[in-house]
Design a protein around this ligand. Sequence first.
Ligand code: NAG
Ligand code: NAG
Length: 333
Amino acid sequence: TQHIGMSLNQYERMGSDVTMQCGSLDNNTSVSWKVNGTDVKAQHRLEGPRLILTQVDLGHNGLYSCFQNPHGERRDTILLHIGIPPREPTVTCRSNTYPKGFYCSWHQLHPTYIPTTFEVDVQHNQRLLDVQKDAVHKNRCHVRFPEVFSSFPYKVNVTAVNSLGKAFTTISFEESSIVKPDPPERVTATPIRFNPRRLEVSWHSPTTWPDIDNFPLKYFLRYRPLIREQWQHVSQSINQSTNQSKFMYRVAAKDTEIGTWSDWSVAVHATPWIEDPLPITSTTEVDVSTEAKTSPLPSSNAPQKAEAPVGRAARILTFCSPLLLGMLLLFMW
Ligand SMILES: *[C@@H]1O[C@H](CO)[C@@H](O)[C@H](O)[C@H]1NC(C)=O
Ligand SMILES: *[C@@H]1O[C@H](CO)[C@@H](O)[C@H](O)[C@H]1NC(C)=O
């Protein structure tokens, strides 16, 4: 328990029987209790200066005051908080800024109902590393790699602590297993003039990836036609329908050697060039070209480009960044 202003905070475990003591009055003093200014209606017992609540739950939370009989001077106020001790937090670590560093995040699967804090320590090769709190995310911290290509595992211990107890989770991993870039950015797909069977798709490497030259990424392009209800009927005539079909594109990135694929980029939509345009083109198509024109100039990371052939229902393509088009032809099927 601790003093806050005039009242005492008392934390108790859900389901337990709780005893509140009115100040330091002795055992044969008679007192009355109120909660939030009204009589205590919950099941309870009085033992001299003590109020005993049985099997407390969240409904027992409140500001309890005790008054000495017979004149009714207030002797104490107690702020009762019902909660549960923390359980082992779930911890994950990831490097989207390889080889600079990584971050770990944690969360509790079960609410504790009372303030719970976390202590984090990170060890590598018997050394305790500096842990930096994230400025935005409450349950996240950042760690710099003390060295690159280290074969020693990292050990991360996250301890959840509140007034009713503590619990910790320790995870251990190697540098290479937590590398996962952010998705590629500014993905655009544009029709190619006079070429009804191709679209040009371009994207930028994620800006969070710090050293694209020495730690290149490879990419995965996925696309599918946005088939509307009425297209289903003409699907056996693929050539005709896909010529006017609108496609949806997403790109993912991965370090060329280690780690796992990023999440997919946001999807972009585009329709290949059409010789004899349909009277109405869709608004999304306009959005794509507008975005391409107004997007800020590329920074240090140059845009990547690939021409996607059009004409199959759905496809996944892999590229290595320097060989986009070559790889693309190899993967056509
Ligand atoms: C006392 O007031 C608090 C805050 O308004 C409320 O959450 C709590 O349920 C009340 N407690 C009781 C026993 O009425
Ligand atoms: C994790 O840290 C807590 C203290 O925050 C400590 O009690 C516990 O022993 C540590 N666990 C391991 C496996 O290092």
